[in-house]
Design a protein around this ligand. Structure first.
Ligand code: ZN
Length: 142
């Protein structure tokens, strides 16, 4: 089981990088695999610690460079919440974020099935929403 999960994460990482036209390096692969298997919207420091467990020689600067390249090419989402450190999200499906006021936990949330942003928000007439980028703040039950 563990082997097939790893190999599917690896092939997803390869195909994302190839689609973005970015050269795959061992470091990029390791950083991307860390993000693809992290569902908690980690910070760069968290990604560094997790990647270092598999690739002890990687530096924090390299992790930052990989994250910057992957965010610029749309392989991952780069998120900024208030004054906190940047966080990263591998979910490329349309979604917004729900940030827990107490724990700073971040969840991906989608519109309810069948709804479009135009159905939920009062938008100027004729507006065509091209992507969603919003953060809801609240208290998420534990
Ligand atoms: Zn997300």
């Amino acid at each position: 089981m563990a082997i097939s999960k790893t190999s599917s994460t690896r092939s997803m990482a390869t195909s994302l990088v190839r689609k973005a036209g970015v050269r795959m390096t061992q470091q990029r692969r390791a950083v991307l695999e860390t993000i693809l298997t992290s569902h908690d919207h980690p910070t760069a420091a968290m990604i560094f610690e997790r990647t270092k467990a598999h690739m002890p020689g990687i530096s924090l600067a390299t992790v930052y460079n990989c994250l910057e390249t992957m965010a610029e090419t749309g392989i991952i989402n780069h998120l900024n919440f208030d004054n906190g450190p940047s966080r990263f999200c591998p979910n490329l499906e349309p979604h917004v974020h729900l940030l827990d006021d107490t724990s700073n936990r971040v969840l991906d949330v989608q519109l309810k099935p069948g709804l479009r942003p135009e159905d939920v928000f009062e938008l100027p007439e004729g507006t065509c929403v091209t992507r969603m980028d919003a953060c809801l703040h609240g208290n998420i039950p534990v």
